[in-house]
Structure formats: structure tokens, C-alpha cells
Design a protein around this ligand. Structure first.
Ligand SMILES: Cc1cc2nc3c(=O)[nH]c(=O)nc-3n(C[C@H](O)[C@H](O)[C@H](O)COP(=O)(O)O)c2cc1C
Length: 273
């Protein structure tokens, strides 16, 4: 029950005594509401930041598991991810690097950090990304002590956006298991069909390098001709989305090439993982 006898400061009394139609009272009330909301939003943003970070990391892990075919809806992501070792690879040498902590390394942040990135020459920037990290994480899926698959982060420009995804390959460093994008802004129904499970299914079993060592994998315009010489290296283009399709092909040409994972993958092909 409000106590009418309660002593209020004179300023407060004057404010409350103002008519509800008063411009001053309306303005002060609106300012107070804004202040309270601003404090509420700021406190929520700060408090929820660690949770958002955790969810982002879980989502990344889920995408890695999905491209490797190791995730079903409802699975415990952390438990499934415990089969995966993360290592950093120096793309210049193709060797593993222990310079930084692989568990906490963020390749997207590294790509923007002048101390951790390299500028890509315009002529060789097939992926249209301008900069890439010196070190890239590789995710090794193990069965016991044996590495069965390697998952490589890739990114490149489509038509409207940079697509970010993962290419899963077998431990032979040559055979593709799957390709999946976790972030892009291509048009739904056109370039957005990169997410279509039917199209994603076309990647399984495709080969990366031709017999002469060149990167062969590509997305072509139209459909792959069964029995053709390049069948093992080609994936059908997306209908009505030639530019996104070309972007995906070019991104793989870049990342599987000499500035990308080529030195690492060639080492694996000769020496094992
Ligand atoms: C609104 C709009 C959105 C489009 N979005 C895409 C897209 O996401 N990816 C793409 O490759 N083409 C997109 N296109 C089509 C391209 O402009 C271009 O026509 C197409 O890539 C050519 O593909 P095609 O040779 O298979 O017809 C879009 C076109 C329009 C009008």
C-alpha cells in the first residue's frame, strides 16, 4: 500500500505534481524509460557474451562433424568432437606448427591480423579473399590412433558474399568426403542451393588432384557427363547460379592450390598424416 505520509524530496514532489499532459513530464519520463532500457540491454549483452561465444564454438564443431558425416540431430556435440584432433598447418611449408594454440586459434580473426596473415597477390586470388592466415587449422577425425578424415576450412567469394565452409577429405589427401558451408548470403533458391543436400551429395568420392599434380576439382556449368575423362574431378553447376558455382570452384582451386593446402596434402600423400 502506498504511504501518503512518506516524505519525498521537493524536486520529486514537484515532478509528480506536474500534469500528465505536461511536455516536461513526458520528456523526463521518456528519458528515464530510455535510460532503464539502455542499462538493461547493455547488461544483457555483456552477460550473454560468454554464452554466445560458447554457442558459436558449438555451432562450428557441429558443422565440422556434419561435413564428416559424424553428426545426427540430438547427438552430444562435445562427445562426438572428442574424436577430432585440431592441428595448425603452416601453409608456406605444409608442416604442422606449434607456434600458437590450435584449440583457441581463430582463422577468421587471423586472416585480418597483419601479424598472422599474408596478402594475396591479385593474380593468384582465385577465391577473391585478398588476405589469408599464415596458419590454418586442420581437423583430424580419428578411429583409435588412425586418422580417417581431414577437414579443411575454406572460404571464397560467390556472387553476393564470402562463403565459409569445410571440405572433408579422406586421409589419402585426395578423395573428397563432403563440402558444406556454414555461412554465406547467396540468394535462397539460386546460389543458396549450395546448402541443398542433393547438391552436397555430389561431392562424395570426387578427386582433388589430377595425375600431373594439378588441382582438378571444379564446378562446371551444366551436368557432368557420366564416363567422361574429368568425371572424377567435376561437380554439376547450380542451375541459374553460375556465378556462385564458379565461386565455389575457384575457392577450391585456390585452397587446394600451392598457396593453400597443397604442400600439406602432397606431404600426406607421400608420408601419411
Ligand atoms: C535477384 C537475383 C538474385 C540472384 N542471385 C544469384 C545467386 O545467388 N547466385 C548466382 O550465381 N546467380 C544469382 N543470380 C543470377 C545471376 O545474376 C546470373 O544471371 C546467373 O548466375 C547466371 O547463371 P546461369 O548462367 O546458370 O543462368 C541472381 C539474379 C537475380 C535477378
Amino acid at each position: 500500500m502506498p504511504n501518503d505520509n512518506e516524505v519525498k524530496p521537493a524536486g520529486m514532489m514537484n515532478f509528480l505534481a506536474l500534469s500528465n499532459d505536461s511536455t516536461v513530464k513526458t520528456f523526463i519520463m521518456a528519458t528515464l524509460v530510455c535510460l532503464v532500457c539502455a542499462v538493461f540491454v547493455s547488461v544483457s549483452a555483456v552477460m550473454l557474451k560468454p554464452l554466445q561465444q560458447l554457442n558459436k564454438e558449438l555451432d562450428k564443431k557441429k558443422n565440422i562433424l556434419q561435413v564428416a558425416g559424424l553428426y545426427q540431430e540430438g547427438d552430444d556435440i562435445e562427445a562426438a568432437f572428442s574424436k577430432i584432433d585440431i592441428k595448425l598447418v603452416d601453409l608456406e611449408t605444409g608442416e604442422y606448427s606449434i607456434e600458437l594454440n590450435a584449440e583457441t586459434y581463430d582463422e577468421r580473426r587471423a586472416a585480418k591480423d597483419p601479424a598472422l596473415n599474408v596478402q594475396i597477390d591479385k593474380a593468384s586470388d582465385l577465391a577473391g579473399i585478398r588476405m589469408r592466415p599464415k596458419l590454418m587449422p586442420v581437423y583430424q577425425v580419428k578411429e583409435g590412433d588412425v586418422v580417417k578424415q581431414i577437414i579443411l576450412p575454406v572460404n571464397g567469394y560467390g556472387l553476393w558474399s564470402t562463403l565459409y565452409g569445410f571440405l572433408a577429405i579422406e586421409s589419402d589427401g585426395q578423395t573428397i568426403v563432403g563440402l558444406s558451408f556454414y555461412e554465406h548470403a547467396e540468394t535462397p533458391g539460386l546460389g543458396g542451393e549450395v546448402d541443398n543436400p542433393k547438391w552436397k551429395g555430389l561431392w562424395s568420392g570426387k578427386k582433388i588432384y589430377e595425375a600431373n599434380g594439378e588441382v582438378g576439382i571444379d564446378v562446371i556449368k551444366g551436368s557432368v557427363i557420366p564416363g567422361s575423362a574429368n568425371e572424377a574431378f567435376e561437380v554439376d553447376g547450380l542451375a541459374g547460379a553460375t556465378l556462385t558455382s564458379r565461386g565455389v570452384g575457384n575457392m577450391l582451386k585456390y585452397w587446394m592450390g600451392v598457396e593453400g593446402y597443397e604442400k600439406y596434402l602432397k606431404k600426406i600423400q607421400t608420408n601419411g598424416v
